[in-house]
Design a protein around this ligand. Sequence first.
Ligand code: PLP
Length: 398
Amino acid sequence: MPKINENYQNLKESYLFSEIAHRVDTYKKNNPDKEVIRLGIGDVTKPLSPAVVKALHDAADQMGKAETFKGYGPEKGYDFLRNAISDYYKRNGVDVDPDEIFISDGAKSDTGNITDMFESGNVIMVPDPVYPVYVDSNIMCGRDLTYIDANADNDFLPMPDENVHADVIYICSPNNPTGAVYNHEQLKVWVDYAIKNEAVILFDSAYEAFISDPTLPRSIFAIEGAKKCAIEFCSLSKTAGFTGTRCGYTVVPKELVFKASNGKEMSINAMWNRRQSTKFNGTSYIVQYAAAEVFTEEGEKQCKANIDYYKENAKIIADTMTRKGIRFFGGVNSPYIWFECPNGMDSWELFDYMLEKIQVVGTPGAGFGDNGKNYFRLTSFGDRESTIEAMKRFESLF
Ligand code: PLP
């Protein structure tokens, strides 16, 4: 009998979205005439942009002809896409070499798989509340976690405590679930702390395309020194509606070198390359070809139009909270609005109350960590009409 990975027994039941679905289904069964509006799930609703769809067709045609057919691709991804991403960084004032870019099938796999680079025994620091993948992927390999509190007192942007050591630090900005975004000065403090502690920052920038304030950093590599201490994960899921198409990229700088216990200098870039070429056979050519279109002038314009649409939804939600005097975070450079549950309710009470009274579904903050238990997440990924209707109903309730 194989000895199974016992760590899986330490995972909390992943019941957030299934519990939401269960409560909504029960409600709908008992109230078939009521129209339920979902502002809970972090999936996009707008279709792929025409430029991307055309590229998907073109690439499919290439695969059907002997002269242009493609089999296994280069391990790190095609040059044309890595060069396009490197140029995109350059346009945003950040220098990233194509050799530092690894194409993936999305940020979830890479943020989960990066645990392969680090041994047990590290102090792994994650904020609470947090995107659950960081927590569960570490528990799966038996790692303990050190939580840092994100709360209203620090605007859900926790800063390092100089007296607490960390080896691996997870940062997500713009943040899921809180919508909070670190500024340059705050990220510089994290980078300095990481360098001092010889730590690595795992920076998730999946929502960078939602930043429209030019003073806010869209990449950790906009911060001096970050190349010595950070890995960045990004995704086309929210930037270009690729949640069902699947493409992301991870930047592992060449400068990121740590000493092994035998004294040998180990390049994380080389280790990640080895890991990926052993366990991953690349994102499909068709998807990479279409992904490159996202970084063309026309592709970027079309994707931005969708993001602007979601951001207008976010503004409609945020303005409603402001009118009602409800404290909230995010909603400006982020698709998420994270608000304090009114009238002292906890997040599941508010979930049931909103479902029962106004048929609007959101995500209880408790699902993202203890510090979320009195908060609620709404997303701007719905369509305009239902967002407006949901907020009209919300205004009538509080
Ligand atoms: N990182 C964060 C913070 C997310 O919220 C999500 C998706 O919701 C992901 C990564 C996963 O993105 P992908 O679709 O590229 O796997």
